[in-house]
Design a protein around this ligand. Sequence first.
Ligand SMILES: NC(=O)c1ccc[n+]([C@@H]2O[C@H](COP(=O)([O-])OP(=O)(O)OC[C@H]3O[C@@H](n4cnc5c(N)ncnc54)[C@H](OP(=O)(O)O)[C@@H]3O)[C@@H](O)[C@H]2O)c1
Length: 255
Amino acid sequence: MKNPHHILITGASSGIGEALALFYAQKDVTLFLCAQNTERLGKVTQQCREKGAEVFAEKVDVTDAAAMENWISRCDKIAELDLVIANAGVSAGPGKTGESSEVTRRIFAVNVGGVLNTVLPALEKMQPRRTGQIALLSSLAGYRGLPSAPAYSGSKNAVRAWGEALRGHLKPQGIEVNVICPGFVVSRITAKNKFPMPFLMPASAAAATIAKGLRKNKGRITFPPLLAFSAWLMSCLPAGIAEFVLTKLPNKGSD
Ligand SMILES: NC(=O)c1ccc[n+]([C@@H]2O[C@H](COP(=O)([O-])OP(=O)(O)OC[C@H]3O[C@@H](n4cnc5c(N)ncnc54)[C@H](OP(=O)(O)O)[C@@H]3O)[C@@H](O)[C@H]2O)c1
């Protein structure tokens, strides 16, 4: 979509979501932002207002389906949503002690359940209007299951597959769907990583790349190019070879 005016972003209190909110914040734009940390969300809201945007920010947990449906419905009543970005996500790898079932369930609840809880109510509003754009935050980690982060890579793989399938499915209905697969971006998620992160980029640069891809309605917005190529290559290699290479990667640290 060329110039979205009514934009909803989940997980807008830090990192990529914050950078996207600031990128889109300007006069004539209404932003609907959610996160859980009200202090951080308040600061982002203030900055977006200073750039001229009208901002409605609310503490909502994306794993709460009823709360999300209610919030999205109220937002859409204020201003019909043009662009919805399902960005909220969490990460925690196995670290030294392994990935607990609690951590695994939490990651899937936020990264997959939270995306469903954002996209499904948004679609209910957009489909009758036959217009709108939905963007889903996957990751280059979602190209292939990573032994260093099983739940995270599994959750992002699910989001990527669902988003790509929805794109073709919803095109005849006039809805644009885009899957975003970043590499390493400076955020609270990557701040936990204790290993070298090739091509680590600022969140503001990631937001500009994402917005450009969304403007062009690209199906898959992947960056940076070299890391995207490596992720794609890993997904093409025979399973045994990919496993040999990937088990050498350092584990993400636990929360
Ligand atoms: N950074 C990277 O290198 C990278 C790469 C690929 C993909 N991604 C994806 O990009 C997205 C944004 O992550 P980020 O890297 O910007 O990390 P981040 O700085 O930790 O931001 C995550 C955002 O999600 C929100 N959030 C987490 N759980 C939530 C919940 N249950 N309900 C509502 N909001 C929730 C957080 O807000 P509160 O803490 O206030 O709840 C925060 O605003 C994630 O989906 C992530 O997987 C990141």
